[in-house]
Design a protein around this ligand. Structure first.
Ligand SMILES: Cc1ncc(COP(=O)(O)O)c(C=O)c1O
Length: 475
């Protein structure tokens, strides 16, 4: 194709020169030109691209050529296409590099195009229509007082809906009076420890979310790591920790290594809390997502007076909603409300009412059932890809949740994450989750969030993963 510069400025709405030059078919040349424009920052995230017809006319190309090029770039994750909002530059497409730097061999890995980092549900599957319908019904039905300052305990409509849901699905013993609404698990930690309701030291699992550890550090709480084995946290170590009266656990699905807490340990930890006059904090972050094993009910059901059950919609619906709940032993309701203050300052009352409707109308259950199937399929695809291309890598923690841990040959974790970054694949090394004072042996691994990419980008992300994995030891 001959070299030609076409200015599509009026249609795209910002200055853009597409250089249609170089070898290959017209489609390939156009794909390269658009990709370069995004990579160079000339088409920033969110920019709406012109419709096929206009660009095809502008560039003197067939419509199908432009449509094919867009479709390819959508599949690669550079663009997004949505009915009614056209084709846009993806928000997670590679960020801008200074436009004037000429092309040369990159000295740093490109920002991720594929994302297998853990931490978020499939954002493309958010149930927009059902959520909008629930919001509309909730706002229409809301009494006038819903539009005034919020009750710091949370709307009773939501507390009622959660009380029924948590009893039915998670085996939690509760009543609306024992629930306090918050803006997610992190907020609950801030209230409990930063708000002076509980004090450290706090026992935690040797692997967990660093963000939560930093929140605790910021609240002046010393954390003491418990060893993990194939049955979850070794709760027996608690008796040897003088001064520790509370423990934070992820009993349904240890985060991030996977696997439920062994039934004997579930009972033992509640007995320990009772004997010590302490508490178990149960982080039930993805309790609904289990695939090939029986559901594990909440530890809270074994000792509602000794367990603080903490949940949120961050994995089940979206972390953008910022709604969570604490099911508290009776004696803690007052102190937590005192820590919250006189008015609700975090959790939107209208979102609370929408969530209450979403649960009561059955949409929450339906959404979770749908996502469970979808994530199970994703999980199966991951397992199949590994079996086919990297049979020496074992995925673990795969019976539940939205992520898996891939065990790697010793000494290969950092280089694998680096190799992945060079291919534009974002991955979380297992070491990032390790408590700095953990004494258990460190193993190399990756925490792979298989829920994160949209469906259309998942296959390419798995291919990039398999390419980045180390060869078998000695190969
Ligand atoms: C281990 C763990 N706990 C809790 C949560 C929920 O956090 P939040 O409700 O603050 O979004 C997450 C992330 O979704 C998590 O990974």
């Amino acid at each position: 194709m001959s070299e030609s510069w076409v200015n599509s400025a009026e249609r795209i709405g910002s200055d853009l020169l597409l250089e249609l030059a170089g070898p290959g078919s017209r489609r390939a040349v156009l794909i390269r030109a658009l990709r370069d424009a995004v990579r160079a920052g000339r088409l920033p995230p969110g920019t709406r691209l012109p419709p096929y017809r206009s660009l095809a006319a502008d560039l003197g190309l067939a419509r199908n050529t432009v449509a094919d090029a867009y479709a390819e770039l959508v599949a690669e994750g550079w663009l997004t296409a949505r009915q009614g909002s056209g084709t846009r530059v993806a928000h997670r497409a590679p960020a801008a590099a200074p436009a004037r730097i000429p092309k040369k061999a990159p000295s740093r890995p490109a920002p991720p195009v594929h994302n297998l980092r853990q931490g978020q549900p499939d954002a493309a599957s958010f149930p927009r229509t059902a959520w909008l319908a629930a919001s509309r019904r909730a706002v229409n039905a809301a009494p006038n007082d819903a539009f005034g300052p919020g009750d710091p305990q949370g709307r009773v409509e939501l507390r009622r809906a959660l009380s029924g849901y948590l009893a039915r699905v998670r085996g939690v013993h509760c009543s609306p009076e024992r629930i306090v609404i918050c803006s997610g698990f992190a907020h609950a930690l801030r209230l409990l420890f930063g708000g002076g309701v509980l004090r450290g030291p706090l026992a935690v699992e040797s692997y967990g979310l660093g963000f939560h550890r930093s929140l605790l550090v910021a609240a002046g709480v010393r954390t003491v790591p418990l060893t993990l084995d194939e049955h979850g946290a070794r709760t027996g170590e608690l008796t040897g920790l003088p001064g520790v009266r509370s423990v934070l656990l992820t009993p349904a699905h240890q985060f991030p290594t996977g696997g439920p807490l062994h039934p004997e340990r579930r009972t033992a930890v509640v007995d320990w809390a009772r004997t010590r006059g302490g508490l178990v904090l149960e982080d039930d972050y993805d309790g609904e997502f289990r695939y090939d094993r029986e559901p594990v009910s909440a530890v809270q059901g074994l000792g509602p007076d000794r367990v603080v059950h903490l949940g949120s919609v961050s994995k089940s619906l979206s972390p953008a909603i910022r709604l969570g709940w604490m099911v508290l032993p009776e004696h803690l309701v007052g102190p937590v409300l005192a820590a919250k203050g006189e008015r609700e300052g975090w959790a939107s009352v209208l979102d609370q009412l929408a969530l209450a409707d979403f649960i009561e109308s059955g949409h929450y259950d339906r959404h979770i059932r749908r996502m469970r199937q979808r994530y199970r399929h994703r999980r199966d695809q991951l397992v199949a890809a590994l079996a086919a291309h990297a049979p020496h890598i074992t995925p673990t923690g795969i019976a539940a949740g939205l992520h898996a841990v891939l065990r790697l040959p010793s000494g290969t974790e950092r280089s694998t994450v680096k190799a992945a970054a060079w291919q534009g694949l974002g991955l979380d090394p297992l070491a990032d989750f390790r408590h700095p004072a953990a004494t258990m042996p460190a193993e190399d691994g990756l925490v792979v969030g298989y829920a994160t990419p949209p469906d259309r980008a998942y296959g390419a992300a798995l291919e990039a993963l398999c390419r980045a994995l180390p060869p078998p030891a000695g190969a």
